[in-house]
Design a protein around this ligand. Structure first.
Ligand SMILES: NC(=O)c1ccc[n+]([C@@H]2O[C@H](COP(=O)([O-])OP(=O)(O)OC[C@H]3O[C@@H](n4cnc5c(N)ncnc54)[C@H](OP(=O)(O)O)[C@@H]3O)[C@@H](O)[C@H]2O)c1
Length: 250
Protein backbone atom coordinates (compact mmCIF):
# COMPACT_ATOMS: atom_id res chain seq x y z
CA UNK A 1 0.00 0.00 0.00
CA UNK A 2 1.27 3.50 -0.81
CA UNK A 3 2.27 5.53 2.27
CA UNK A 4 0.28 8.74 2.73
CA UNK A 5 3.32 10.57 4.12
CA UNK A 6 7.00 10.04 3.46
CA UNK A 7 9.18 11.79 6.04
CA UNK A 8 12.95 12.18 6.03
CA UNK A 9 14.37 13.35 9.35
CA UNK A 10 17.99 13.94 10.35
CA UNK A 11 19.36 13.68 13.89
CA UNK A 12 16.67 11.27 15.08
CA UNK A 13 18.73 9.22 17.53
CA UNK A 14 18.27 11.52 20.53
CA UNK A 15 17.07 14.93 21.67
CA UNK A 16 14.50 16.84 19.68
CA UNK A 17 14.96 14.60 16.61
CA UNK A 18 14.16 11.43 18.54
CA UNK A 19 10.99 13.04 19.91
CA UNK A 20 10.02 14.18 16.39
CA UNK A 21 10.66 10.67 15.06
CA UNK A 22 8.46 9.12 17.77
CA UNK A 23 5.72 11.61 16.93
CA UNK A 24 5.99 10.78 13.23
CA UNK A 25 5.32 7.07 13.83
CA UNK A 26 1.73 7.29 12.61
CA UNK A 27 -0.14 4.80 10.45
CA UNK A 28 0.41 5.55 6.78
CA UNK A 29 3.79 7.22 7.31
CA UNK A 30 7.07 5.94 5.98
CA UNK A 31 9.95 7.39 8.00
CA UNK A 32 13.59 7.57 6.96
CA UNK A 33 16.04 8.85 9.56
CA UNK A 34 19.72 9.80 9.37
CA UNK A 35 22.08 9.88 12.35
CA UNK A 36 25.43 8.34 13.20
CA UNK A 37 23.81 6.00 15.73
CA UNK A 38 21.02 3.46 15.37
CA UNK A 39 18.16 3.95 17.85
CA UNK A 40 16.77 0.65 19.19
CA UNK A 41 13.88 2.37 21.00
CA UNK A 42 12.74 4.01 17.81
CA UNK A 43 13.00 0.71 15.92
CA UNK A 44 10.90 -1.05 18.58
CA UNK A 45 8.27 1.71 18.63
CA UNK A 46 8.03 1.67 14.82
CA UNK A 47 7.50 -2.07 14.90
CA UNK A 48 4.75 -1.72 17.53
CA UNK A 49 3.07 1.02 15.49
CA UNK A 50 3.39 -0.95 12.25
CA UNK A 51 5.22 1.96 10.62
CA UNK A 52 7.90 1.51 7.99
CA UNK A 53 11.15 2.90 9.41
CA UNK A 54 14.55 3.01 7.74
CA UNK A 55 17.41 4.22 9.92
CA UNK A 56 20.37 5.32 7.81
CA UNK A 57 23.63 5.62 9.76
CA UNK A 58 25.85 8.34 8.39
CA UNK A 59 28.12 11.12 9.59
CA UNK A 60 26.63 14.26 8.08
CA UNK A 61 29.64 16.27 9.25
CA UNK A 62 31.53 14.51 6.45
CA UNK A 63 30.45 16.23 3.20
CA UNK A 64 31.22 13.20 1.01
CA UNK A 65 29.12 10.96 3.28
CA UNK A 66 26.33 13.56 3.30
CA UNK A 67 26.39 13.68 -0.50
CA UNK A 68 26.18 9.87 -0.74
CA UNK A 69 23.39 9.61 1.79
CA UNK A 70 21.34 12.35 0.12
CA UNK A 71 21.25 10.54 -3.21
CA UNK A 72 20.82 7.11 -1.60
CA UNK A 73 17.82 8.16 0.47
CA UNK A 74 16.09 10.01 -2.25
CA UNK A 75 16.59 7.24 -4.82
CA UNK A 76 14.67 4.90 -2.51
CA UNK A 77 11.67 7.14 -1.79
CA UNK A 78 8.27 5.88 -2.92
CA UNK A 79 6.78 8.06 -5.64
CA UNK A 80 3.12 7.64 -4.77
CA UNK A 81 2.70 9.33 -1.39
CA UNK A 82 0.39 12.30 -0.91
CA UNK A 83 2.85 14.18 1.25
CA UNK A 84 6.63 14.46 1.50
CA UNK A 85 8.42 16.01 4.46
CA UNK A 86 12.10 16.78 4.93
CA UNK A 87 13.06 17.80 8.45
CA UNK A 88 16.68 18.93 8.71
CA UNK A 89 17.16 18.69 12.47
CA UNK A 90 20.67 17.29 13.07
CA UNK A 91 22.97 19.95 14.40
CA UNK A 92 25.90 20.72 16.62
CA UNK A 93 26.72 23.66 18.89
CA UNK A 94 30.44 22.78 18.82
CA UNK A 95 32.99 24.30 18.83
CA UNK A 96 32.06 26.53 21.80
CA UNK A 97 34.91 29.02 21.99
CA UNK A 98 35.44 32.74 21.70
CA UNK A 99 36.76 34.10 18.41
CA UNK A 100 40.42 34.25 19.50
CA UNK A 101 40.37 30.49 20.19
CA UNK A 102 38.55 29.33 17.07
CA UNK A 103 41.70 27.92 15.50
CA UNK A 104 40.79 24.29 14.79
CA UNK A 105 39.80 24.18 11.13
CA UNK A 106 38.48 20.62 11.38
CA UNK A 107 35.90 21.38 14.08
CA UNK A 108 34.74 24.54 12.29
CA UNK A 109 34.40 22.70 8.98
CA UNK A 110 32.55 19.81 10.65
CA UNK A 111 30.01 22.22 12.15
CA UNK A 112 29.42 23.96 8.82
CA UNK A 113 29.15 20.62 7.07
CA UNK A 114 26.56 19.26 9.52
CA UNK A 115 24.56 22.44 10.15
CA UNK A 116 24.63 23.84 6.60
CA UNK A 117 26.22 21.71 3.85
CA UNK A 118 24.30 18.52 4.66
CA UNK A 119 21.04 20.52 4.67
CA UNK A 120 21.82 21.94 1.23
CA UNK A 121 22.71 18.48 -0.14
CA UNK A 122 19.66 16.72 1.31
CA UNK A 123 17.41 19.53 0.14
CA UNK A 124 18.77 19.38 -3.43
CA UNK A 125 18.16 15.63 -3.58
CA UNK A 126 14.69 16.04 -2.04
CA UNK A 127 13.74 18.78 -4.52
CA UNK A 128 14.88 16.63 -7.46
CA UNK A 129 12.85 13.69 -6.15
CA UNK A 130 9.60 15.53 -5.52
CA UNK A 131 9.70 17.81 -8.57
CA UNK A 132 7.82 15.44 -10.90
CA UNK A 133 5.26 14.47 -8.22
CA UNK A 134 1.89 16.02 -7.59
CA UNK A 135 2.26 16.04 -3.83
CA UNK A 136 2.22 18.33 -0.83
CA UNK A 137 5.94 18.89 -0.10
CA UNK A 138 7.29 20.63 2.98
CA UNK A 139 10.79 21.28 4.28
CA UNK A 140 11.45 22.26 7.88
CA UNK A 141 14.93 23.40 8.81
CA UNK A 142 15.51 23.43 12.56
CA UNK A 143 17.26 26.72 13.13
CA UNK A 144 17.96 28.58 16.36
CA UNK A 145 17.57 31.96 17.99
CA UNK A 146 21.38 31.88 17.77
CA UNK A 147 21.11 32.48 14.03
CA UNK A 148 19.15 35.65 14.69
CA UNK A 149 20.99 37.08 17.73
CA UNK A 150 24.70 37.03 18.62
CA UNK A 151 25.85 34.90 21.56
CA UNK A 152 29.46 35.21 22.80
CA UNK A 153 31.26 31.86 22.45
CA UNK A 154 28.94 30.63 19.71
CA UNK A 155 30.70 32.28 16.73
CA UNK A 156 30.52 29.11 14.66
CA UNK A 157 27.05 28.00 15.81
CA UNK A 158 25.52 31.47 15.24
CA UNK A 159 27.20 31.69 11.82
CA UNK A 160 25.89 28.28 10.74
CA UNK A 161 22.33 28.96 11.87
CA UNK A 162 22.35 32.42 10.25
CA UNK A 163 23.55 30.70 7.05
CA UNK A 164 20.75 28.15 7.38
CA UNK A 165 18.18 30.92 7.74
CA UNK A 166 19.44 32.80 4.69
CA UNK A 167 19.64 29.60 2.64
CA UNK A 168 16.02 28.86 3.58
CA UNK A 169 15.01 32.33 2.41
CA UNK A 170 16.76 31.75 -0.93
CA UNK A 171 14.94 28.44 -1.35
CA UNK A 172 11.65 30.20 -0.71
CA UNK A 173 12.51 32.95 -3.21
CA UNK A 174 13.35 30.36 -5.89
CA UNK A 175 9.78 29.00 -5.70
CA UNK A 176 10.30 25.28 -6.14
CA UNK A 177 6.67 24.51 -5.39
CA UNK A 178 7.75 23.30 -1.96
CA UNK A 179 6.87 25.06 1.29
CA UNK A 180 9.87 25.88 3.47
CA UNK A 181 10.44 27.21 6.97
CA UNK A 182 13.50 27.72 9.18
CA UNK A 183 12.11 27.33 12.68
CA UNK A 184 13.74 28.25 15.99
CA UNK A 185 12.59 25.57 18.47
CA UNK A 186 13.22 27.36 21.80
CA UNK A 187 15.47 26.09 24.58
CA UNK A 188 15.01 22.33 24.95
CA UNK A 189 16.27 19.91 27.55
CA UNK A 190 18.54 17.78 25.34
CA UNK A 191 22.14 16.63 25.19
CA UNK A 192 22.99 19.85 23.38
CA UNK A 193 21.94 21.89 26.43
CA UNK A 194 23.95 19.57 28.68
CA UNK A 195 26.98 20.28 26.56
CA UNK A 196 26.30 24.03 26.74
CA UNK A 197 26.04 23.88 30.56
CA UNK A 198 29.32 21.95 30.65
CA UNK A 199 31.20 24.74 28.85
CA UNK A 200 33.97 26.69 30.57
CA UNK A 201 32.92 30.27 31.41
CA UNK A 202 35.99 31.45 29.55
CA UNK A 203 34.66 29.87 26.35
CA UNK A 204 30.98 30.60 27.00
CA UNK A 205 30.40 33.62 29.26
CA UNK A 206 26.63 32.95 29.52
CA UNK A 207 27.06 29.46 30.98
CA UNK A 208 25.59 30.47 34.36
CA UNK A 209 22.45 31.83 32.74
CA UNK A 210 21.90 28.56 30.88
CA UNK A 211 22.50 26.54 34.07
CA UNK A 212 19.97 28.73 35.87
CA UNK A 213 17.40 28.24 33.10
CA UNK A 214 17.84 24.48 33.48
CA UNK A 215 17.79 24.45 37.29
CA UNK A 216 14.69 26.65 37.43
CA UNK A 217 12.77 24.42 35.02
CA UNK A 218 12.68 26.88 32.11
CA UNK A 219 13.68 24.35 29.44
CA UNK A 220 10.97 22.70 27.37
CA UNK A 221 10.90 18.95 27.06
CA UNK A 222 11.80 17.36 23.71
CA UNK A 223 8.38 15.62 23.64
CA UNK A 224 6.43 18.85 24.16
CA UNK A 225 8.51 20.79 21.62
CA UNK A 226 8.22 17.97 19.09
CA UNK A 227 4.42 17.82 19.51
CA UNK A 228 4.20 21.58 18.91
CA UNK A 229 6.49 21.36 15.87
CA UNK A 230 4.48 18.48 14.38
CA UNK A 231 1.28 20.50 14.81
CA UNK A 232 3.05 23.47 13.20
CA UNK A 233 4.05 21.38 10.17
CA UNK A 234 0.37 20.50 9.64
CA UNK A 235 -0.75 24.13 9.49
CA UNK A 236 -2.44 25.27 6.26
CA UNK A 237 -0.31 28.42 6.33
CA UNK A 238 2.98 26.51 6.76
CA UNK A 239 5.64 28.31 4.72
CA UNK A 240 4.03 31.73 4.87
CA UNK A 241 6.51 32.93 7.49
CA UNK A 242 9.88 31.68 6.27
CA UNK A 243 11.89 32.47 9.42
CA UNK A 244 9.70 31.46 12.33
CA UNK A 245 9.91 30.56 16.01
CA UNK A 246 7.83 27.86 17.69
CA UNK A 247 7.55 30.11 20.75
CA UNK A 248 5.17 32.29 18.71
CA UNK A 249 2.61 29.45 18.81
CA UNK A 250 0.68 27.80 21.66
N1 LIG B 1 18.43 22.00 22.45
C1 LIG B 1 18.19 23.29 22.28
O1 LIG B 1 17.97 24.06 23.25
C2 LIG B 1 18.17 23.87 20.89
C3 LIG B 1 17.90 25.25 20.77
C4 LIG B 1 17.86 25.80 19.49
C5 LIG B 1 18.07 24.99 18.39
N2 LIG B 1 18.33 23.67 18.54
C6 LIG B 1 18.53 22.88 17.33
O2 LIG B 1 17.70 21.73 17.37
C7 LIG B 1 18.31 20.65 16.64
C8 LIG B 1 18.34 19.41 17.52
O3 LIG B 1 19.13 19.71 18.66
P1 LIG B 1 19.15 18.80 19.97
O4 LIG B 1 19.17 19.72 21.11
O5 LIG B 1 18.15 17.72 19.88
O6 LIG B 1 20.64 18.18 19.79
P2 LIG B 1 21.26 16.83 20.37
O7 LIG B 1 20.55 16.39 21.58
O8 LIG B 1 22.72 17.10 20.47
O9 LIG B 1 20.98 15.78 19.19
C9 LIG B 1 21.57 15.99 17.95
C10 LIG B 1 21.08 14.97 16.94
O10 LIG B 1 21.83 15.22 15.74
C11 LIG B 1 22.54 14.05 15.38
N3 LIG B 1 23.88 14.35 14.89
C12 LIG B 1 24.85 15.04 15.56
N4 LIG B 1 25.98 15.04 14.84
C13 LIG B 1 25.71 14.33 13.71
C14 LIG B 1 26.48 13.97 12.59
N5 LIG B 1 27.78 14.32 12.49
N6 LIG B 1 25.90 13.24 11.60
C15 LIG B 1 24.60 12.86 11.70
N7 LIG B 1 23.81 13.19 12.74
C16 LIG B 1 24.38 13.90 13.73
C17 LIG B 1 22.66 13.22 16.66
O11 LIG B 1 22.73 11.84 16.36
P3 LIG B 1 24.07 10.97 16.41
O12 LIG B 1 24.89 11.44 17.57
O13 LIG B 1 23.54 9.58 16.53
O14 LIG B 1 24.74 11.20 15.09
C18 LIG B 1 21.35 13.55 17.36
O15 LIG B 1 20.34 12.68 16.93
C19 LIG B 1 19.71 21.15 16.24
O16 LIG B 1 19.68 21.61 14.91
C20 LIG B 1 19.93 22.33 17.19
O17 LIG B 1 20.83 23.27 16.65
C21 LIG B 1 18.38 23.08 19.77
Amino acid sequence: MAPSTVAVLTGASRGLGQALALGLLQAGTRLVTVSRNHDDTLAARAMEAGVSLQQVQSDLANPAAAERVASQIVAGLPKDAQRYLLINNAGTVDPIKQACDLSNAGSIAAAFSLNVTSVILLTAAFLQAVKPLQADCRILNISSGAGRRPMPGWGVYCATKAALDRYTEVLHAEQHGVRIVALAPGVIDTGMQEKIRGSAANDFPHVERFSHMHDSGQLSSPADTAARILRYIERDDFGTIVLDDIRNYA
